[in-house]
Design a protein around this ligand. Sequence first.
Ligand code: LLP
Length: 472
Amino acid sequence: MVLTQSIGVESGLQYLSESQEPRESRSPNQELLPLTASVNSRDRLEIGGCEVTALVEQFGSPLYILDEETLRATSSQYRDAFKRYYPGESQVLYASKAWSCLAVCAIAASEGLGIDVVSSGEIKTALQAGVEPDKIYFHGNNKSRTEIELAVTSGCTIVADNWWDLKTLAELGKLGVSHKAGEPTRVMVRFTPGIECHTHDYIKTGQIDSKFGFDPNSLGEVFKFISEEPSLSCVGLHAHIGSQIFEVQPHHDLAEVIIQALTKARSYDLPATEINIGGGLGIRYTETDDPPSIQDWAQTICSAVVAACDRHQLPWPKLLCEPGRSLVGTACVTAYTVGSEKVIPGVRTYLSVDGGMSDNPRPITYQSVYRVLAANKMSAPLTETVTVAGKHCESGDILIKDAKLPKCQPGDILVVTATGAYNYSMASNYNRVPRPAAVLVNNGEVNTIVQRETDEDLLRFDRLPERLGVKK
Ligand code: LLP
């Protein structure tokens, strides 16, 4: 799908979907804007039936605006696609590292999803959001003993990444630490499948040279260790190959590798009946990004797993996956207010906004490219090429280089699209800038889901020693 207007001058309207499909059958990860995006009679962008400029007036900026309908659409599309294409049992987990907060976890859970967590903070968020512990899977390459204990006693499944995890679990088992007395802890074993994919180096994980997961050559030893530990039950295997992936082939290939490893686990008499193929489906940040749909991704995986099971004469295992970005990424936009402008004749125009790398560190970290539109003049022609800069004291704090925008003034509201994943969750207080608020919009209703931090919040943890610079 090419998102350019066929007639007239280009304007912000070109970013709205041209799809004639009903909303519910569009795969949100293939869109730039949330499914409910529209332009009202005042030429202003609306998300979830709420005018973006009015939201900024009420809640301030920068503001994360999360569209509930889009998040529910991605969740239910994942859930239903696995039900449709996989003949065995399936469970979709939301990788909450993409955005962990009560509302997002509660919405995912209400759509039947479980949650993948990687810290005690994410465990407690999922539990408080009402996620059933038996649908919480605890990951991480350096879990602390306290975190493991919390996960075990809460009844979560532990995704063992390394010997430290297994030995800590075994020790806790000997001390009688469990969810229910006498009940073994559910353990999935994560390994590196040796599958490469085309994405940014920082977000590749499937290759052998990775900090995550057991080396596949050590799996025999791992299975033997677990089979001799009565407090542990190896329920299955896990592999994750990377993030923002636009091909389906790596996940197709993963099916064979993981089913082979499952066959091996079962030869140790382990009750291994689950596989988790991780997350990784990409989303559209710009018109040139062309990710597969949620349905196509799910269908490829399901048929590859079924074929691999046939080859190895294995019953269909319970099939899990754990998408993050493609569940929440497109559902959110960030609204900023335009402030200063610097024109360097013949060189560049910088247009600065009231946020930047502290609320969206992805451009400076991964050179990620985003799209931006002027929410209060959607049909104005895109006559300017400007660089949208953040407010931080760092030259690299650029949100969008060479953005196409209409002529903007201070006070105009800019919207950066597809900011739901790894924006709030990676936000910082660099330059002592408070983190933005987040609101949930749906059918004209708006609710705060994360309150805006204040300068006082930032000072809350500082302590000033009574005596400074004491000399002996
Ligand atoms: N499962 C595991 C074990 C993971 O490590 C990840 C992501 C996921 C699932 C979810 O992957 P997704 O569906 O979101 O691609 N901060 C980076 C992304 C880091 C991804 C880390 N792991 C970014 O902003 O691009």
